[in-house]
Design a protein around this ligand. Structure first.
Ligand SMILES: [Zn+2]
Length: 1084
């Protein structure tokens, strides 16, 4: 009989035939499951803690029932499930079905075997594909049920703060017979139906698919499985009609984006990893073609230590090339706020972990879900052996559509990486027709490349791929009318993109996300913890390195530093440092910072004690004095506060050499003391011979003069240091977003609580103080400080913040005209426009910055420095620093409470480079260390100095430091000092040939340790060109060095990287923003 002619009735007929809502009494979907049988027994116990299996199973279990609810939120229920499979089910596929709104894990024989999450379409554990008589029919399973969903427990909406009283219901726990032939037909029909609907009436394949599906319904008698093969044949026939050669190829890879903490705490993430990955491993056992790209070394480390059995299975699949570690970083970090050195450590810790555990480095950076990407990343990737980058987050841009999916991305130094955004704009595909059609249609580089990535699997809260996703894509592998879909790997995809890359375009500069700009400011304590702990670890490393060089007995705290770095790096995860997490996560993050501060202070003290032992130990000739240490690479003259008798503090002006120390007994006399004067109108002037300022009673800066030139920085009639409050109600993503329209709600803060008064009358330091009422219930107290010889004015600010949906900023209108402002980023800076000409310009109404931003015209400018803020803007001639927000989701308590932060304003002659703005911003962030000493005289000592002000010596650390202690020597040697050894035919160890630009090199897991005497002698010194200039500089050191060589960021020596030791030091050549690492071996 001829096929029916009415398109709509045919479509809906097929829909109803596979519907799980309608006609399930007589349709195919209703036949998916056969007989059912309840568990022989079901019992449970509940605990507020996340406990290991061994501890759980020895608890007392009480009776439980299907239909029962459990909770509250974050509790865990362990269920003991006794099953008895009816013998009559011989030959049938038997599933254990478990449905609840919590996240479950099935344990069998003390091992995790299957994650169960309804939201992730995982509700079955397959007990047998075909029940044999010899198989055990009775068995005991345990189900560990977390009382939270895949996306936490938001009350009312996903990102609302968690409902503390949420309960999860167990809606199903039973044995069922699974009819796989029905399942296969359902997948066939679903694909055909999608093709019929989505290919459109102009495409004949749409009708071919529809009529085939309709014919299948005709052929199928749902009560008679013997009719199913004929129907399946019809589907197979149409799926096997092939494409032409020009068809687009989709590289499908299993993936599971797991936020390391977000709407759930870190601890739950450990279980999410296990639930998701055990499911992947289980799928791989039955689908040898399945590949799975998996990022974040930290998550591997969690599973390694908490689920060793699962980890061993993962290692097997890594070896087979199916389970593929990607990314190379410790976590998928925020792409904007971590310092340059932090970003290096993300890669160093990550790549070393992958090298140690799996014998290979990752060759692609993987960061699909981060809120923007620093223009320094291409250089850092290349320095870590990575030339490929995958993300997709820019598809979230609110204003401008990014013009490419495959392109070369060029950073501020000129480094390029091949970058790919999966054109389907997602990292959580389900293998549906709609998604693969979108991938082709949406691709902005049609004609340039014909391959693209397709990441499938539930994500964010974990979950990962399902069998159904795989089965869908198998049918679409090469079907006329649809793109080719092949299961692939990141390496296969990028290799073919590299071959096709001749036509690709290049994007220069940052990948700015035009959304989530509130994340530069939200959760100010996390931002402050990050900046402060970056400084602490920097200082501990510098001082410990110097101590090692000076004191043979001092042991570099490698493993403690590794542990502290890993805590800091973990907190840089892309929902933690940005502040887009729930309160539980904030508490954990702040706890980690507390730990870094505590342990860091102790390590620093130990290093200083060792470095300066002779100066600090009292003896018969001791005289009280002060030791001042400088961890930065230039000489500094600053006012310090030193402890005097009986707990008093005295000020002193001191000069301390670069990366070294000086002993202070007689402080310097300032060239000009600070003068502070109160005027008749209540305003106060302060000057120090460098700058002169005038402040009104409200704390406004009404004048800021550079005395040398007499140049005024503040325009006539304008107030700088003006606080302004904005309404801050975004469209949805509360903690994330500040919208452009907030700028229309500006209200200057004008309520004075305490007028300006003098707190320090001058001399070495002058200061004034005032208090303001901010909004309805917040207060702000500020001390404005001018030090002798200091080129900037410092604003030490305390805020009691009790607002809701308000945004506090401080503004500095300046007498400077420029169409671009300059912002510090990782190891460099970049310009962004001060106007809103185009949509690309005004979409950057709120941007991120590190320690300083600057607005300069020829010969003069004003810089704004800060010690823990990241949000800023420069519109026309107004520099603004974003101080505090008050979002309510996902943490209703975000930022409520006490805050302390410092910013500073620095007018300057010449360019910001010539004026030393960069160094001053470092000085503000890295205070001199002041230690009471007991020695009268000692020459000042400098370990390192650099001849050019364009070069910043950023880090000094022990090479290879951070290798876990107690590991086999054979493993240790692979990473030690980053020396990658490979065996030659003669069995001789040989240095690998890593170029300093970071060309990817194959690194063999087989290696020979470096010679014992080299082991504890290596230091890595990292420098960068900060001015944006080509320059040759000398690195001088007073440490005994026998050998020096350039190395990459993974500390692998560069080919021909050997540096001659010359009388002036080491000669280093830099191009703009170039980062160089030098490996120094100490002479014995
Ligand atoms: Zn994410």
């Amino acid at each position: 009989m001829a096929a029916i002619k009415h398109r709509r009735t045919a479509l809906e007929r097929v829909e109803k035939f596979i519907s799980d809502v309608y006609f399930t009494d007589c349709n195919l979907r209703g036949r998916l499951f056969g007989d059912r049988c309840p568990p022989a027994s079901l019992s449970y116990f509940q605990t507020p803690r996340r406990i290991p299996y061994e501890e759980a199973v020895v608890q007392e279990f009480g009776p439980a029932q299907v239909g029962q609810s459990f909770g509250p939120t974050w509790e865990t229920c362990w269920f003991k499930v006794e099953l008895s499979i009816p013998p009559a089910w011989a030959g049938r596929e038997v599933h254990f079905v478990w449905e609840s709104d919590g996240e479950g894990m099935v344990w069998r024989d003390a091992q995790p075997v299957q994650g169960l999450t309804k939201e992730g379409e995982k509700t079955s554990y397959i007990l047998t594909r075909s029940l044999k008589e010899s198989e055990p029919h009775s068995l005991t399973l345990y189900v560990e049920l977390a009382c939270n969903g895949l996306f936490g427990a938001g009350k009312g909406s996903m990102i609302a703060p968690p409902d503390p009283d949420r309960r999860v219901t167990l809606s199903k726990a039973e044995l069922v017979v699974f009819n796989r032939d029905v399942y296969e037909l359902l997948v066939d029909l679903e694909i055909l139906l999608d093709m019929a609907q989505l290919l459109g009436e102009e495409n004949q394949r749409s009708f071919q698919a529809l009529y085939t599906a309709n014919q299948m319904v005709n052929v199928c008698d749902v009560t008679d499985p013997s009719t199913f093969p004929a129907a399946h044949e019809l589907a197979a026939a149409i799926f096997s009609q092939r494409n032409g050669e020009s068809q687009h190829t989709i590289h499908a890879m299993g993936h599971c984006h797991i936020d390391s903490a977000w709407l759930w705490p870190y601890e739950e993430t450990i279980r999410k990893c296990a639930r998701s990955w055990v499911t992947v491993v289980h799928l791989m056992e039955h689908n040898p073609e399945l590949t799975f790209a998996c990022s974040q070394a930290q998550q591997f480390e969690w599973v390694r230590s908490c689920y060793p059995g699962l980890y061993a299975r993962i290692q097997d699949f890594v070896a087979k090339g199916q389970f593929i570690p990607v990314g190379g970083t410790w976590v998928e970090m925020d792409g904007n706020l971590p310092s340059g050195e932090s970003m290096v450590r993300q890669f160093l810790q990550g790549q070393r972990f992958f090298q140690e555990q799996f014998g290979r480095l990752c060759s692609e950076f993987w960061l699909p879900d981060t809120f923007g990407y620093s223009a320094q990343l291409p250089q850092l990737m290349r320095g870590c052996g990575i030339q490929r980058f995958l993300t997709q987050k820019l598809s979230w841009n609110l204003v401008n559509s990014f013009p490419h999916h495959t392109f070369f991305w060029e950073g501020i130094d000129g480094s390029q990486v091949l970058t790919h955004f999966p054109p389907g704009d997602s990292y959580g595909m389900h293998g549906r027709v709609e998604e693969i059609l979108k991938t082709v249609k949406n691709n902005k580089d049609k004609g340039r490349v014909n391959h693209s990535a397709f990441l499938f699997g539930f994500g964010d809260g974990g979950g990962g791929p399902t069998q159904k996703m795989l089965d869908r894509m198998k049918r679409m592998s090469n079907t006329d009318g649809l793109p080719r879909v092949q299961i692939s790997t990141p390496d296969q995809l990028f290799s073919v993109l590299e071959k096709e890359s001749s036509q690709l375009c290049t994007w220069v500069g940052e990948l700015f996300l035009e959304l989530h700009n509130g994340t530069y400011t939200t959760q100010a304590q996390i931002k402050k913890g990050n900046r402060e702990c970056e400084r602490i670890l920097h200082d501990v490393e510098v001082l410990s390195s110097l101590a090692v060089a000076q004191d043979r007995g001092f042991r570099y705290p490698a493993s403690q530093l590794q542990q502290l770095w890993r805590l800091l790096l973990l907190n840089q995860f892309h929902d933690v440092l940005p502040g887009s997490c729930i309160q539980l996560v904030v508490e954990d993050a702040l706890q980690y910072y507390t730990e870094i501060r505590r342990a860091g202070a102790q390590l620093q003290e130990e290093a200083v004690q060792s470095l300066c032992r002779d100066l600090l130990q009292p003896n018969a000739w001791s005289t009280p004095s002060t030791l001042v240490l400088n961890t930065l690479s230039w000489e500094r003259t600053e006012v310090i506060s030193r402890p005097g008798p009986e707990g008093t503090e005295t000020l002193a002006l001191v000069t301390v050499p670069s990366m070294g120390y000086a002993l202070v007994q007689e402080p310097l006399v300032p060239p000009q003391p600070v003068a502070v004067r109160k005027q008749e109108d209540g305003s106060i002037t302060m000057e120090n011979g460098v700058i002169a300022v005038c402040l009104d009673t409200m704390g406004h800066l009404t004048s800021l003069q550079l005395l040398d030139s007499g140049r005024e920085s503040i325009p006539d009639g304008c107030y700088a240091n003006q606080f302004a409050l904005f309404d801050d109600v975004p469209l949805y993503w509360d903690a994330w977003d500040v919208m452009d329209y907030h700028l229309e709600t500006r209200k200057p803060v004008t309520t004075l609580l305490k007028p300006l008064e003098i707190t320090l009358a001058g001399g070495l330091r002058g200061s004034v103080r005032f208090s303001l009422q901010v909004g309805k219930s917040s207060t702000l107290t500020q001390e404005i400080i001018l030090d002798a010889a200091c080129p900037y004015l410092r604003f030490l600010t305390q805020v009691e913040w009790k607002e809701a949906h308000k945004f506090l900023k401080v503004e500095f209108p300046v007498q400077v005209r420029s169409t671009n402002a300059t912002y510090e980023i990782q190891f460099g800076h970049l310009q962004r426009p001060t106007h809103w000409n185009t949509s690309w310009d005004w979409a950057r109404f709120e941007v991120w910055v590190h320690k300083w931003l600057d607005l300069s015209e020829h010969g003069f400018g004003v810089a704004l420095l800060n010690d823990c803020k990241y949000g800023a803007s420069a519109h026309r001639n107004v520099l603004s620093l974003s101080l505090l927000r008050a979002p309510k989701s996902p943490d209703s308590t975000a930022d409520i409470g006490h805050h302390q932060f410092t910013y500073a304003v620095m007018p300057h002659q010449g360019s910001f480079q010539e004026a030393g703005v960069i160094q001053q911003a470092y000085n503000l962030n890295f205070p001199l260390h002041v230690v009471p000493a007991s020695c009268a005289q000692c020459p000042a000592w400098s370990a390192f100095s650099v001849s050019s002000p364009a070069i910043v010596l950023e880090s000094v650390k022990q090479a290879g430091a951070g290798v876990e202690e107690g590991r086999a020597e054979g493993l240790r040697c692979c990473c030690w000092a980053g020396l990658a050894f490979t065996h030659t035919q003669g069995g001789q160890a040989q240095l690998s040939t890593a170029a300093c630009a970071g060309e990817a090199v194959p690194v063999s897991p087989v290696c020979t340790p470096p010679k014992a005497e080299d082991r504890a002698e290596g230091l890595v010194v990292r420098l960068y060109e900060a001015h944006g200039s080509t320059v040759t500089a000398w690195l001088q050191t007073s440490l005994p060095i026998k050998e020096a060589m350039l190395c990459d960021l993974l500390e692998r020596p560069a080919t021909e990287g050997h540096l001659p030791l010359e009388p002036q030091g080491l000669r280093l050549s830099f191009t703009p923003f170039r980062v160089l690492s030098v490996l120094l071996l100490r002479s014995c």
